[in-house]
Ligand binder design. Sequence first.
Ligand SMILES: [Zn+2]
Length: 389
Amino acid sequence: MATLRLGRVLGIPVEIHWSILAVVALFTGNLAVRALPVYVPGADLRWRLVAALVGVILFFASILAHELGHSLVALSHGVGVSGITLWLLGGMAELDRMVPTARAEARIAAAGPAVSGVLAVFFTATSVIGFQLGAWRLAVAVAAWLGFVNLTLAVFNLAPAAPLDGGRILTAALWRRMGDAERARVVAGRCGLVLSVLLVLAGVAQMMTFGPLEGVVTAVVGLFVFQAARTEIRSAVVRGRLRATPAATLASAHPPSMPDSTSVLQLGQWAGTGAGWDTAFPVVRWGLDPVGYVVPRLAASIPPAQQSWTRVGQVMVRSENVDRIEAGATAEDVLAHWDGDRSRVAVLHRGHDPAPTATLTFGQVAPLLAWPDLWGRDRNRPEPGVRTG
Ligand SMILES: [Zn+2]
């Protein structure tokens, strides 16, 4: 996203996305030209614009305060915040890792709407007191507007549908009941899908009733919620699979070894007979201990003309570069270790016994990364104990 760094607040980098300018212009214009003349008849347009602009800036400050609410509670639970971005549809605080417990999830989520609720009370009280004291009418009207939008922010965000804060609170409640964070996230994500459809329908209804401009924001929020809910569901399903799958069920146990003088062409022909394109085969030179491991699918990237004279010893992953992973690890542990590098090879071993029991490659884990359908029904989740690699 094209963003502009505003600075740091409480040590957290704050950025604004250019799309915010559209909202500032839309809200300022709407407030100055349509709303304020109703409450303060006869006010000069220039002063209305100034009051509206200050109001909109305070509105974004309120959103920032909401995100800081999430961030501070996250930090207190040991979850780092890599940054806060303000954009078209509000704010986003990016947590640098998964929230560890259902309790932390609920508290981090509730903190944002709580801040918005407090701000709603504060601005409403300010406008009431200002009105009683006969303060500048435009300021009183803008404070009342700020009270209203903060209340809207708190209530809307409490809708029990991911990715909204209420969806995270729902996730925490289900997580506690079911004991499974990923399944809880899928359910909250489905609620998000339902909410997104309702929002788009409401937006269309608004457009047909009040004119094209009125419903656009609602419909766009609906589309955003749809996208985000879909991402929540997909990543929860994939994470659930990775967590539920022992690496050993994906690995190749004791694959046959081959001499390092074998050509890549021979390796490919052999793999084609069903030996396994994604299996890492030990490569031996003089003795029995492998000097490296070769994966037919990775070796196949050698240009065909060179495959007959390129030897597997030249394209193998050398033994010292192979990851040694405890056989009890999950697919999630292995991928975290590889950090997106598709060319890594791991050997599994049991406890203190250094002898490798199996080899594992990215290609053998990759089927678990396939996306589920929109609703998050998972046909790829392997049954426990069934070998898929
Ligand atoms: Zn929030």
